[in-house]
Design a binder for this molecule. Structure first.
Ligand SMILES: Nc1ncnc2c1ncn2[C@@H]1O[C@H](COP(=O)(O)OP(=O)(O)OP(=O)(O)O)[C@@H](O)[C@H]1O
Length: 372
């Protein structure tokens, strides 16, 4: 989801003819260097390493999500970037300059928290004016910017309400508007949709995506919600025990997880003790994984498939079947394994019930070998 919106560097980046060593060269060099950098950052709370030797570069305009289970260090990493926590060691740079010793208010970032953090005693209009006032924007300009921003988040008729007179989704739209209104180069989102119900979360994901496309802000989002991470991000880092377990695009992490931990954390995974099922691939330190949607289910062994030799075929017994809207999900017992199969519901398909004998098959190429 790289932004195509004009950025601060957009005009300069478009210049084609320029002298080497000119100002344009410097600007182009800046555009290529990371906007945010963590260099070997560690945060200790007493003996606890909340974040350990954390290094990360984020490009201008990138939407990066930090994903991980509770206690993995996501919030600590974000709080250090926001300037609310100081690293025990290492360095944090924004636009090439160290901000490790710069307090939060000096970092020019828009921040959105899960619990909105709007000023409860100020109207929506005043909430949006606040960051502009802090930056010395004149009253007339403030009023027009607030109006424009309220319109952008579809709340133009809500300016005089207090936050408590808005729904959760509306409050979060105000929080996003407030974070963006002063045009900070960096946007930090801490579980921004965590307090919303499922439908509203999906709607707001769309809203965040479109704001990111439009404003092109370098965005760091913290979440433990894998769906949110997959939907919103250009890149995801998965954290485990204060360290980065794997980093990549949503597709890379989903299709090519490197460890059991990442495979389990992003989507559903069948982890097979492949010594039985795929002998030639597995070793003692690996486990093989196949995603449920890559497994097919049949009444009996399919015959004469053109790619038969590239397939792994096993017999099993259905233990459970769940309808999940457009999907049907089976749990199939194969020896010691319970294999999950997910298929899109289509007309004319066989439907299997608990106790039915079935045959499963998958392409060997779809099996991933993971570190155990
Ligand atoms: N102020 C603190 N004092 C002591 N330990 C802390 C403090 N803040 C965080 N920790 C510890 O640091 C580790 C990482 O916490 P952190 O809040 O960054 O994790 P998280 O991944 O954001 O978790 P969650 O999703 O639950 O918010 C945890 O073990 C936590 O208990």
């Amino acid at each position: 989801m790289h932004s195509t919106a004009p950025t601060r560097l957009g005009a300069a980046a478009a210049i084609k003819l320029h002298k080497p060593g000119s100002i344009e060269d410097e600007v182009l060099k800046d555009a290529a260097s990371p906007q945010i950098e963590f260099r070997n950052v560690t945060k200790m709370y007493g003996p606890i390493g909340a974040v350990t030797d954390f290094s990360l570069s984020v490009k201008q305009g990138e939407f990066l999500t930090i994903l991980g289970p509770s206690g993995s260090g996501k919030t600590t990493a974000l709080m250090m970037l926001a300037g609310f926590e100081a690293p025990t060691s290492g360095e944090i740079l924004i636009s090439g300059k160290s901000v490790t010793a710069v307090p939060s208010y000096g970092r020019d970032q828009g921040i959105v928290f899960q619990n909105y953090a709007l000023f409860p005693h100020l109207t929506v209009h005043r909430n949006l004016e606040f960051p502009l006032e802090m930056r010395g924007v004149k009253a007339a300009a403030r009023a027009s910017l607030v109006q424009r921003m309220l319109k952008r988040v579809h709340l133009e008729d809500f300016g005089e309400r207090l936050p408590s007179q808005l729904s959760g989704g509306q409050q979060q739209r105000v929080a996003l508007a407030r974070a963006l209104i002063a045009d900070p180069p960096v946007l930090l989102l801490d579980e921004p949709l965590g307090a919303l119900d499922r439908n509203l979360r999906e709607q707001m994901q769309g809203e965040i995506k479109s704001l990111h496309r439009e404003f092109g802000k370098t965005t760091i989002c913290v979440t433990h919600d894998q769906e949110e991470a997959l939907t919103l991000s250009d890149r995801i880092i998965v954290m485990r025990g204060g360290r980065i377990e794997q980093s990549g695009t949503p597709e890379e992490l989903y299709d090519r997880p490197e460890s059991r931990f990442v495979a389990n954390f992003l989507g559903e995974a069948n982890l097979l003790d492949c010594l039985e099922l795929d002998r030639e691939k597995a070793t003692q330190n690996t486990v093989s994984m196949i995603r449920p949607e890559r497994v097919r289910i049949f009444k009996s062994k399919p015959t004469a498939l053109p790619d038969q030799t590239q397939r792994c075929v096993v017999n099993g017994t259905v233990e459970d079947m769940i309808y999940a809207g457009p999907l049907r999900k089976y749990q199939v017992r194969v020896g010691d394994h319970l294999i999950i199969v997910r298929e899109h519901v289509a007309s004319g398909q066989d439907i299997f019930r608990p106790g039915d004998a079935v045959c499963l098959d998958w392409l060997r190429a779809d099996v991933r070998l993971l570190s155990a």
